[in-house]
Design a protein around this ligand. Structure first.
Ligand code: SAM
Ligand code: SF4
Length: 324
């Protein structure tokens, strides 16, 4: 429990700050602010933190980044995590570029769910946003479906003037393949050119836009995963669409259940707050599990009530370094 009575049992772990794409809202072109690789936690260190966290009551884990699959040892990390008592569910967030090759080994290692970022289907728009190749991502999504994950979800960040015309094609794609689609409001996580009022598209506007094409039926009891999305079933198309409105939903943080572990070993109790607790120093100076547990408990104690995104929040380091 945190000081506000919220049960915190979900840890999102950034395994690297590196990425093979450069999304406009996350890591702009030309970004060179990589951390030193030796500063990243090793697989053994990550697994040790997971073991201590599971002992504290954490049950759900997600590997993310940066792009987690640029790091070749993710299946080994997953395999070691699944053997830890208390670890109930391990998921992965990926841009999908390397998913074709990794889907099967990840599933065999015990990974249960995969979230794939897909901001556009149109190859040129996709490339403009991410610098990547949408054909590779679509092949990765197919491979994930074939590998038999319990759930494959699609994530799309809403940007007015950039990908709004892609929302409807994405809904049709999601419906056709039976994959939930989450539409996510831009958050000020990295200072970039798209983080302007002009580009910010509230979830409410996306809902209005979709309701011109289809009827949105609220699914108040739908929990597809452990996140804060509010789901709607689209009556005609059959698509399940979730909205993640960190900026416009005043109650966004009410049921927060998570903390983050950055690639360089800091526990970050809230994405939208600069507070961090350093685990890496302890890990590398011979601390025992009891000391690590105390640091995790400290992080739980200082978890803020809500994010600071609405209060002129200035990101201190880019999203890739924190872990999405
Ligand atoms: N590379 C992987 C990916 O793209 O899915 C995992 C890491 S990424 C940082 C995790 C999620 O954060 C992605 O769905 C991405 O779209 C989202 N994200 C990154 N920057 C964001 C921003 N400024 N606002 C909203 N979502 C953002
Ligand atoms: Fe890379 Fe994911 Fe950030 Fe895009 S959102 S730059 S794919 S870490």
């Amino acid at each position: 429990m945190d000081p506000f009575g919220r049960k915190i049992d979900y840890l999102r772990i950034s395994v690297t700050d590196r990425c093979n794409e450069r999304c406009l809202y996350c890591m702009p072109e030309g970004y060179k602010g990589w951390e030193n690789k030796p500063d990243h936690l090793t697989a053994e260190e990550i697994v040790r933190v997971v073991r201590v966290a599971a002992g504290l009551g954490f049950r759900k884990f997600r590997l993310t980044g940066g792009e987690p699959l640029v790091r070749g040892d993710v299946p080994e990390i997953v395999r070691a995590m699944t053997a830890i008592p208390g670890v109930e569910c391990i998921g992965l967030s990926t841009n999908g570029m390397k998913l074709s090759a990794f889907a099967k080994p990840l599933r065999e290692a015990g990974l249960r769910t995969v979230n794939v970022s897909l901001d556009a289907l149109d190859p040129a728009i996709y490339h403009r946003i991410t610098g990547g190749d949408v054909a590779r991502v679509l092949a990765g999504i197919r491979a994930a479906v074939d590998a038999g994950f319990e759930r494959v979800k699609l994530n799309c960040v809403l940007m007015r003037g950039v990908n709004e015309a892609e929302i409807w094609p994405l809904v049709l794609f999601a419906a056709e393949h039976g994959l939930p689609l989450r539409l996510i409001e831009l958050m000020p996580l990295t200072t970039t050119e798209v983080l302007t009022e002009k580009n910010f598209m509230p979830c409410g506007e996306a809902m209005q836009w979709l309701s011109r094409h289809d009827e949105l039926i609220p699914q108040p009891d739908c929990r597809l995963g452990h996140g804060p999305a509010k789901y709607f079933l689209l009556k005609q198309t059959g698509a399940m669409v979730g909205f993640v409105g960190a900026l416009t939903n005043e109650h966004f943080c009410d049921n927060c259940n998570k903390m983050r572990l950055t690639a360089d070993g800091k526990v970050r109790p809230c994405l939208g707050n600069h507070v961090e607790v350093d685990l890496r120093a302890a890990l590398r100076s011979g601390a025992n599990d009891g000391a690590l547990k105390e640091l995790l408990e400290t992080a739980l104690r200082v978890k803020p009530l809500e994010h600071q995104f609405r209060n002129q929040y200035q990101p201190c380091r880019p999203m890739t370094a924190i872990g999405g």
